[in-house]
Design a protein around this ligand. Structure first.
Ligand code: FEO
Length: 400
C-alpha cells in the first residue's frame, strides 16, 4: 500500500513490509518477512523517525510525500544507523535537500561514512530537547542497543517512545499496525528470536537502557520492526520480555541441541529427552543442528534455563555444525544456564573433551555426568543418558 497509515492525531506510519528477503543481515531466516518501520510526526515542524532499507525507498518516499501533504520536511531523526533503517537516507536528502539530520556524535560519523553527508547534521547530546511546536522531543542515548550510536526519542507530549530496534520483532505487520489491530501473541517468539539473534550479545547495555527509561510514562512504543505497542498490558509485556532476556533469565525447560551423522548421537538425545519428560519437565526441545537454523536454536536457548549439547567426533574435533553453534552461544556472552553434554566417537574421542572445555570457558553450571559412546549405545550408556536427564530435571526442579 502506498498511502501512509494514521496511527493517531499527528502521527503517521510510513514504513514498509519486506516479504522478499530470505535472510536478515544475510544470516537469519525470515519465513514471515520483516517490517522496516518509519514514522512521521506533524507539528509546526515535521519530523521523520528513521528511514527504511534502500530496496523499499520508492514506496517509502511516496508514503512520506503523501503524509507531509505539501508541508516541508524539517527533521529526520536517526535513532539507529544500521542500513535496514538508514538505507534510504541519501535518497531522502536528495529529495528533501533542506531536511536536517538529527543524531548524536557517533551518528554523525556514520552518516558521513555511509552516505558522505556532512552538512545540515544536527548533533544532539543525551537528554537534549527539541521543540516541534505542540510536541517536545527528548533524546536518550542508548548505546549498543544495538550499535554504539543507537538512541531513543521520547515525545513528552503524547508519551511516545521511538525505540529503534528495541522491542522490535521479525515478521511483517499485516493489515493492522498496532497491537490492538493484530494478535500480538503471534509476535512474541519472533521478538525473542530477533533479540537473541541480533541484540543478544548486549545484555548489559539493554539493562542500562531499561534503567534509563524506567521512569518514563510510555503510552506508545514505536519500534523499527514489528507492531506499534499501544495497549498497557502489551507495553508491560514487551518491556518484561526485554528485561528477562537481557538478564539472561530462562524459563524451566531444556534445549537439547545435537549433531548426528548416522543416528547414534541422536539416540542419546532421544533418551535424555525421554527421561526429562519422565521427571516432569514439560518444555523439552530437541534441535538437530544440521537441520534447524541456528536462529531458532538460539531463540530457544534464550528462552530456557537448561541446555544439553551432544556431538559426534569429527576429524578429531567437534562436529562442525555443533562447533559453529557453540561459537554463537559464546559470542552472545550467554549466562545462567545449566549445562549437560554427551558425545560419541568411532576410534578416538574428542567431542566430549571439547564440550567440557566449552562449559569451562562460558562458566555454565555443569549438571550430571557427561556420557560418551563408542560406536553405538550400550545398555550402560542408555542408563547413563537417563541419569543425565534426571540430573538436569532435578536441578531445574530445585528452582520451583
Ligand atoms: Fe533493525 Fe540493528 O537494525
Amino acid at each position: 500500500m502506498l498511502e501512509p497509515i494514521k496511527i493517531k492525531e499527528d502521527l503517521f506510519y510510513v514504513g514498509v513490509n519486506d516479504r522478499t528477503k530470505e535472510l536478515f543481515e544475510n544470516l537469519w531466516p525470515l519465513p514471515k518477512g520483516v517490517s522496516y518501520n518509519s514514522y512521521v510526526l506533524k507539528d509546526e515542524k515535521t519530523v521523520l523517525f528513521d528511514t527504511v532499507d534502500i530496496c523499499y525507498s520508492d514506496v517509502f518516499l511516496q508514503k512520506l510525500e503523501t503524509a507531509l501533504d505539501g508541508k516541508p520536511l524539517d527533521y529526520v531523526i536517526i535513532n539507529h544507523m544500521e542500513p535496514d533503517h538508514s538505507g534510504s537516507l541519501g535518497l531522502l536528502r536528495s529529495r528533501y535537500p533542506n531536511v536536517e539530520i538529527v543524531g548524536n556524535k557517533r551518528t554523525a560519523d556514520m552518516v558521513q561514512g555511509f552516505y558522505g553527508i556532512t552538512d545540515r547534521v544536527k548533533v544532539i547530546a543525551d537528554g537534549e530537547e527539541l521543540s516541534l511546536g505542540k510536541h517536545k522531543l527528548v533524546f536518550y542515548l542508548t548505546p549498543m542497543v544495538h550499535w554504539p550510536e543507537t538512541m531513543m526519542t521520547y515525545d513528552t507530549t503524547d508519551k511516545i517512545l521511538f525505540s529503534g530496534d528495541a522491542f522490535g520483532t521479525f515478521g511483517t505487520i499485516d493489515g493492522g499496525i498496532t497491537d490492538a489491530q493484530l494478535h500480538p501473541e503471534r509476535y512474541y517468539d519472533e521478538m525473542i528470536r530477533y533479540y537473541s539473534n541480533v541484540v543478544g550479545k548486549f545484555g548489559s547495555p539493554v539493562q542500562a537502557a531499561l534503567r534509563k527509561l524506567a521512569n518514563l510514562d510510555i503510552k506508545y512504543i514505536c519500534s523499527t520492526h514489528g507492531p506499534t505497542w499501544t495497549l498497557p498490558d502489551q507495553i508491560q509485556k514487551v518491556v518484561s520480555i526485554y528485561d528477562k532476556l537481557s538478564k539472561y533469565e530462562g524459563d524451566e525447560g531444556v534445549v537439547i541441541a545435537y549433531g548426528s551423522m548416522y543416528g547414534h548421537t541422536e539416540q542419546m538425545a532421544e533418551t535424555v529427552a525421554y527421561e526429562l519428560a519422565q521427571q516432569g519437565i514439560r518444555e523439552v526441545i530437541l534441535h538437530n543442528v544440521s537441520k534447524r537454523s541456528h536462529s531458532y536454536i538460539l531463540r530457544d536457548i534464550f528462552k530456557y534455563r537448561g541446555l544439553i549439547v551432544g556431538s559426534p567426533t569429527y576429524n578429531n574435533k567437534l562436529y562442525p555444525e555443533v562447533e559453529y553453534l557453540l561459537s554463537k552461544i559464546e559470542s552472545r556472552d550467554m549466562k545462567n544456564r545449566y549445562f549437560g553434554y554427551f558425545g560419541s566417537f568411532t576410534w578416538a574421542g574428542a567431542a566430549v573433551k571439547r564440550l567440557a572445555q566449552f562449559a569451562e570457558d562460558v562458566k555454565f553450571e555443569v549438571i550430571g555426568e557427561p556420557v560418551e559412546v563408542k560406536q553405538s549405545m550400550t545398555h550402560d550408556n542408555y542408563k547413563q543418558c537417563l541419569q543425565l536427564g534426571k540430573a538436569m530435571a532435578d536441578r531445574l526442579k530445585q528452582d520451583r
